[in-house]
Design a protein around this ligand. Structure first.
Ligand code: ADP
Ligand code: MG
Length: 718
């Protein structure tokens, strides 16, 4: 007897070859298989008689008996053409398949077939071209692939929708009572279909409305589970003790007064929220979300300053070495200006170690080993490094605050690894420049408190953004030439190469073949950027110094190019989208983006944020070859500099896949698809809160608890 936990290999037709492929789709058990939902449907439900087939280029479903069948081979074109004549009593129709010669043996004369596909016309008349086919068996047997609404699944190489339908359909027919983990009162309140009916309808609906109702139920269910997890995580964290760091108002006020600039109100508020969190004796779990250039570093520094004053250590982790060095520079220069020499700062990255203040430092101190030793003894107060280095091999003495730049997620496990020998959990502040729309903050980051930096600090001039149609590019180049004459520098970003996967999903369809490898894609991008580099350095700006950056360049070399660009050795830097987030080059005033319509709004906004970081007026040029629909989207960029507004828009248009960090986070597809639906998200959140109020450990909801444990387990296996 099969049940939901039965492994799929127990099904006949799932052999050792198929098993890893199904795993690749995340399918291990019957439950997973039943929850592998269609991405879309083909509506083949309108069955007509052969006499009614009359025009080319329409999708039809027909039935008939095979009267004649043969296969012709055209060797020169390596083509096998199988032609059958079918007959249903009202008329006859020619059917053609390409390169499937085995069909001739599968459909001997007399076979009754159900076919769905598109009609076409050639010099011999009307025919049905490469239709989906299915033999008609016993009269009481349902059709699976034709003459109905047919599910189309997310596929992978070697696992077609046809095969998945073939596996799933018989399971549905045998489906007994499935236990429903969604509480009955919720099912009733929202009038959701019951679980068994919903499973049947999402796979093989009679009407598309039924599929839609089922989908809505499952979307709610996933969101609800997500919210439960976030709320439970939060509760568990609340149980852990953390260092109590008292908010020393006088010391902070003095530190803030000594900064080279007045804080913005948003920075003040964020710092206040953080300092309040640190006092609680419970681990802080806060996200500091602010656009590129909004001044997150100094807010983090205030928190680190307070932490160190209280006798603890703080660490800040950056995604790359360049950014870690940048933090080291910013932080030590602020401390230096205030003559705060009693706070010791260390920089630890793959290639080097540094310490500040430098007075008492000898040659030997630039060794990584010595720096690590000092950290372990508590002689370094603030350690700066990359995620990788710090997580791997550093032991702290009294670590109380972990700041993470540009990595949104940091689990409790990772947090505790940093403080192996301590009883207290450290406070966590993660920072991101990716503007996170409200719906995402409520779901994916539902276990985090959020502080927002919306204002731009200082009185830097607003970046002027302009859409440049191909025919006006000469003017733009002239403008750029003038900026370079004034001593300014220019970024050029080259188009992203779209994968067939993205193109297909943008058109609402699925790719028919497997995914193109990342490596191939990378090479395509390298080619594009090289071409642009040649054009700019040889034709457009032959008298200027142009450099190129892409993903195939070694990290060391990349860093040298970036450093040289920062030092003013180049006028123009041509790059793929690898230019690092957060890189600060105040002298760069022009961001020029080729084929801007290929990027999402949020990403374009990120690129734009790389200029306008100094006192000079800066510009963002969006080069585009197509107008129309894309044009109107790009106009939003011309109009607003508000990253949050653009991120909301991007989420509506492109879905959440584009947000860094979200893509890799293992979020169920249905949650992803629902992220635009703020109402549904709010409902899921409030229902989750209510359930936990009634039953804090879910003791009254054993099925729900079991389901959450199952999900938790899956997450840990990854
Ligand atoms: P991000 O949020 O992108 O990490 P940074 O912290 O790197 O931004 O800050 C960007 C620049 O703005 C830095 O040069 C920093 O010194 C400066 N800055 C930060 N806050 C202010 C402020 N309130 N007024 C003026 N300049 C500021
Ligand atoms: Mg930053």
């Amino acid at each position: 007897m099969t049940n939901l936990n039965t492994p799929v290999e127990k099904l006949s037709y799932v052999g050792p070859k198929m098993l890893p492929r199904l795993r690749h789709l995340g399918i291990k058990t019957i439950r997973d298989l039943l929850r592998h939902f269609p991405a879309r449907y083909e509506d083949f439900s309108k069955l007509i008689s052969l006499a009614e087939v009359g025009e080319p280029k329409v999708v039809v479903s027909v039935r008939g008996v095979v009267r004649k069948i043969k296969t012709d081979r055209i060797w020169k074109r390596r083509l096998a053409i199988t032609t059958a004549i079918i007959d249903d009593g009202t008329g006859k129709l020619r059917v053609v398949w390409f390169n499937q010669p085995y069909l001739q043996d599968s459909f001997p004369e007399g076979t009754e077939l159900s076919l769905s596909g598109k009609t076409a016309l050639d010099k011999r008349g009307l025919y049905l071209s490469s239709p989906v086919f299915e033999k008609i068996g016993r009269a009481d047997e349902d059709l699976v692939h034709t003459s109905r609404i047919v599910p189309v699944y997310p596929e992978t190489e070697g696992v077609s929708s046809k095969f998945l339908r073939f596996l799933i359909k018989p399971l549905l027919d045998k489906l007994g009572g499935i236990p429903d983990s969604l509480p009955a009162e919720i099912v009733k309140k929202y009038n959701f279909p019951a679980i068994s009916k919903a499973i049947k309808n999402i796979h093989f609906p009679k009407k598309l409305d039924d599929a839609e109702a089922a989908r809505k139920r499952f979307a709610f269910e996933e969101l609800f589970l997500f919210q439960l997890r976030a709320l439970l995580d939060r509760k568990n964290l609340e149980k852990m003790p953390a260092p109590k760091i008292l908010f020393d108002k006088d010391a902070i006020a003095k530190f803030v007064r000594g900064l080279p600039f007045p804080l913005t109100n948003d920075q003040r508020l964020a710092a206040f929220e953080i300092l309040k969190d640190l006092e609680r004796g419970r681990p802080m779990n806060r996200l500091l979300n602010g656009d590129v250039g909004s001044g997150k570093t100094v807010v983090a520094l205030i928190a680190m300053y307070q932490t160190v004053k209280a006798g603890y250590q703080a660490v800040i982790m950056a995604p790359t070495e360049i950014l870690a060095k940048q933090h080291f520079g910013t932080i030590t220069s602020i401390l230096e200006k205030q003559k705060i020499n009693n706070i010791k700062v260390g920089l630890l990255i793959g290639s080097e170690a540094r310490q500040w203040p430098t007075d008492e430092i000898t040659e030997a101190d630039v060794s990584k080993k010595i720096l690590r030793n000092k950290v372990a003894k508590g002689q370094i107060d603030i350690l700066i490094g990359t995620h990788a280095v710090i997580q791997k091999d550093v032991a702290f003495n009294k670590l109380a605050l972990v700041v993470i730049d540009e990595q949104h997620r940091f689990g409790v496990g990772q947090r505790m690894k940093l403080v192996k020998n301590q009883e207290l959990a450290p406070h966590l502040l993660s920072m991101t420049a990716t503007p996170i729309p409200r719906t995402l903050a409520l779901t994916i980051y539902g276990d985090l408190d959020v502080s927002l930096l919306k204002q731009k600090p200082g009185n830097r001039p607003k970046i002027i953004t302009k859409i440049i149609p191909a025919r006006r590019s000469a003017e733009a180049y002239e403008f750029i030439e003038n900026e370079i004459k004034k001593g300014r520098q220019v970024f050029v970003i080259c188009p992203r190469i779209e994968t067939p996967l993205e193109t297909a999903s943008a058109q609402g369809g699925l790719p028919l073949t497997g995914q193109v490898s990342q490596a191939k894609l990378m090479w395509a991008e390298v080619k594009a950027v090289t071409k642009e580099f040649e054009k700019l350095s040889k034709e457009t700006f032959p008298h200027r110094r142009v450099a190129m950056l892409h993903g195939k360049i070694k990290p060391k070399e990349k860093e040298k190019i970036m450093n040289d660009f920062r030092a003013g050795e180049y006028d123009i830097l041509v790059s793929t989208s690898v230019v690092e987030v957060g890189v600060d080059i105040p002298n760069a005033t022009v961001m020029m983006i080729e084929s801007a319509e290929r990027f999402g709004l949020a990403q374009l906004h990120q690129f734009r944020g790389r200029v306008g970081r100094g006192e000079h007026q800066s510009y963002c040029f969006l080069f585009t070859s197509s107008g129309g629909e894309f044009g109107s989207r790009l106009k939003a960029l011309e109009k607003t500099g508000d990253g949050f507004e653009l991120a909301e828009m991007d989420l509506q248009i492109r879905g959440p896949g584009e947000f860094t960090g979200v893509k890799q986070s293992g979020i169920p597809d249905l949650v992803m698809a629902s992220l635009g639906d703020i109402e549904l998200i709010k409902k899921a959140r409030s229902e989750a809160e209510q359930i936990l109020n009634q039953s804090p450990t879910l003791a009254n909801y054993p099925l729900l608890r079991e389901r959450l444990e199952y999900i938790q387990k899956m997450v840990h296996f990854e």
